[in-house]
Design a protein around this ligand. Sequence first.
Ligand code: NAD
Length: 497
Amino acid sequence: MSELTLQDWQQQAATLTIEGRAFINGRYVHAISGDTRPTYNPATGEKLADVANCDTADADKAIAIARQTFESGIWADMSPAERKMVLVRWAELIEANADELALLECLDVGKPIADTTGVDVPSAARTIRWTGEAIDKVYEEISATPKGTLSLITRLPLGVVAAIVPWNFPLSTTAWKIAPSLATGNSVIVKPASNTPLTAIRIAQLATEAGLPDGALQILPGPGGKLGAYIATHMDIDGLTFTGSTPVGKQLMEYSGQSNLKRTFLELGGKSPNIVFADADLDKAASMAATAVFYNGGQTCTAGTRLLVEESIHDEFIEKVIQHARDWMPGNPLDPNTTMGPMVDQGQYNTVAEYVQIGLNEGCKLEFGGKAIEVTPGGYYHEPTIFTGVNNQHRIAQEEIFGPVMSVIKFRTAEEAVEIANDSIFGLAGAVWSNNINTAIKVAEQVQVGTMGINNYFGGDITVPFGGFKQSGNGRDKSIHAFDDYTELKTTWIEFE
Ligand code: NAD
């Protein structure tokens, strides 16, 4: 955790040099067209930098270089132990430049500096180091075959992998994608979210400094609808890894079918249930219920936006949650005491405000928040917001808002809680709070999600897989299981006398 003050960060921000060019073949380059598009600071609405606005011609160039690099074997054929050392050095360089990266992420996304220094940057470094260190410890397989035969089951890199990533955790989701795809020997193209490209652009240079061969990693900033779609339909991309919204994820599956059936793995949206029973530690559960929704301004795919509360404790528990919601009033992201910053842009702010109105129109009771708030002039700040009296069929219980809006739903029995929890198109995450081990484990087992907490929310680290059931996606980021998304299994059957 950094010791710097608001004034220190403001000073650093005033003198920060921001790189906005694309990164292709080991160096920064302008878009072929020369086009740029601005990226803005969500805390002020002011322009931060002009960023290369890459197009199809840049994509063709980057993909051709990635292909040549893959086929040259300079990276793919390097021993796993050597690839490991490059990734470990890269993680060290990210740590050595932690303040700069944390500041860039704070300015570009509006995330509190305490989060970018304490979570985003350390988590990216840990992902890259852990994954690098794992790659020379993964063994391949031999199956049980008859005498006179030997089977080898080996993993081969896909070739050229594209990663399309969102704006809510730009650095850490980029790390989740590029660490395992590079570790397994692929060449990689990253398309950052068009409004938050800065940290991906910066860490590419650090990868080169760490010894990653030119052409193994390219960063192409540009619009999703045009550049992203072009990459996703490209015949020379072998694998596509995506984190973003469910509608775009569905589109990418179609693109795969329309083009070359590129392996397509998706981490998508959520509407996660956080289930609190009367016998839980209510103080801890209330504190985490607020954190589960308001952390990162609710712009978190796993946010526990549906708070399911046992009827007998509902009023008492909501009182406690409201007390904790006060700790999440928005502040200047550069202030180390800030817990919640602005929404990422005007569009996201508008979405939140529209859903607050929808909640009111649906007859839900606004218990806390619900309005814009001015912190720094020009910023897109919204109060933490709590609705009670929500029915699971309401739109604010079914649709992903991606903002600091909690929908509280009552339940009477464990069966009813599970039924409500599973009545969603999503299945990303959830949690159950109970001091009865039988209730906790039974409910956790029955809720259809990729990550379930018992008496915690947001639990997990790089050692465990992360991904969704149902329309929250397929494939898994993190852990050794992430290697499955970036490799093909190959069988070699040998007969001998
Ligand atoms: P988004 O789907 O709008 O955009 C994600 C990325 O896809 C961006 O880089 C965007 O430029 C690109 N894109 C947009 N349209 C495209 C198209 N037609 N073809 C190709 N690429 C295209 O999502 P967002 O608004 O950036 O992020 C928020 C969403 O991401 C939420 O739904 C959230 O739940 C989800 N998310 C999921 C996870 C997870 O791991 N499951 C993590 C973080 C965010």
